[in-house]
Design a binder for this molecule. Structure first.
Ligand SMILES: [Zn+2]
Length: 114
């Protein structure tokens, strides 16, 4: 094997590895998208419509003996600070849910003016 073929085979192997990395990346991206699509419903903040919710899992030490399960469906909104029950909304209906929140807000502000 002369020097030229040695260099060529090395370049080819580098190109092959690069292609493998790209293919692997594309497959991983596709799988991540599929997984995200499979989540059908999300918890949505009833105040601002955000999906940045944190599950409140604080059980007071005293109540731990009485109830072993955390308070049901209690969330904290990271965007607006809302605390309480959050409804589970279908992924496709989140936008209409947010519009509904906006409508209610407008109605409330109108009522206050009158
Ligand atoms: Zn919120």
């Amino acid at each position: 094997m002369d020097l030229k073929t040695a260099i060529l085979s090395r370049i080819l192997s580098i190109v092959f590895i690069a292609i493998m990395i790209i293919v692997f990346y594309l497959i991983a991206e596709k799988m991540a998208k599929k997984r995200a699509k499979n989540v059908k419903s999300l918890y949505v903040c009833p105040k601002c419509g955000s999906i940045n919710l944190r599950y409140i899992d604080d059980i007071l030490p005293g109540t731990r003996f009485i109830s072993t399960t955390p308070s049901n469906n209690e969330f904290e909104c990271i965007d607006c600070g809302y605390q309480g029950i959050a409804p589970k909304v279908d992924r496709e209906q989140i936008n209409s849910f947010r519009e509904e929140i906006k409508k209610n807000k407008n109605n409330n502000s109108l009522k206050r003016k009158n």
